[in-house]
Design a protein around this ligand. Structure first.
Ligand SMILES: [Zn+2]
Length: 239
């Protein structure tokens, strides 16, 4: 048997095709912000990591400045102590001053050692920071590229939607208003599926078995027959 549906049934099948495509596009559009959000999570994480590396480096730099200040103070102190040597009158005073100088020299040496260790640490922190800067730059570039792509996809889908809506209204204008109202009701209440195929004598919408007499009628495709269970419009197509 050939597939020659009556005119109204043919229009219903066509409008259902448009609605199914519309639903698919709307779903696709809905998923796009999620894709972008997951990319944003990666970028945020890397930016957070870079901020922490910056803080570590800045703290290290502050510590270095404070140690350098301390070193200068200690050097001044040593200079002043040594400046007092010509004024010394007794050996006891001289020994006491030498001891004081030795203590200050030890302090100076300790600070210098701390600075050397800190400079090494700063080199490391700088390398880490540079590495993180590179990662963030890469991630930002990737994010912007993906964002551009997603925005373009969204725009294309919007254009397809407009086109489909106009095709749909053209088809809808040829459908009997009562039938169209019923179709619209079914679309709203049957998860976007109002017109379905009968396959293996089963409704493709609710999967109930179609009684043989009704199936024979459906195969003719010459009138509008609805599923007794889900009320969807049924049609038949040869395999
Ligand atoms: Zn059904």
């Amino acid at each position: 048997m050939e597939f020659i549906p009556n005119e109204q049934l043919k229009l219903l099948i066509q409008i259902q095709e448009k609605d199914s495509q519309i639903i698919e596009i709307v779903e696709k559009q809905k998923s796009l912000p999620d894709i972008l959000a997951s990319l944003r999570v990666n970028l945020d994480r890397d930016q957070g990591s870079l901020a922490a590396a910056n803080t570590d480096y800045d703290n290290g730099t502050k510590e270095r400045r404070s140690l350098e200040g301390l070193l200068k103070d200690t050097e001044d102190k040593i200079r002043k102590l040594k400046g007092r040597i010509p004024e010394i009158k007794t050996n006891k005073e001289y020994q006491a001053l030498l001891k004081e100088i030795a203590v200050a020299e030890q302090e100076k040496s300790d600070i210098e050692e701390k600075i050397i260790i800190l400079l090494e640490k700063l080199d490391n922190l700088k390398a880490i920071r540079t590495d993180k800067e590179r990662i963030v730059a890469d991630e930002e570039k990737k994010f912007q590229q993906e964002k551009g792509k997603i925005e373009k996809d969204f725009q294309q889908l919007s254009e397809s939607l407009t086109e489909l809506e106009s095709q749909k209204s053209m088809i809808g204008s040829q459908i009997d208003p009562k039938l169209m109202a019923e179709y619209t009701r079914l679309i709203a209440t049957r998860r976007g599926l109002a017109v379905v195929l009968v396959k293996n004598e089963h409704c493709h919408g609710c999967h109930i078995r179609i009684p043989p007499q009704i199936f024979t009628e459906i195969r003719k495709n010459d009138k509008i027959i609805c599923c007794l269970s889900c009320q969807r419009v049924l049609y038949w197509k040869p395999d």
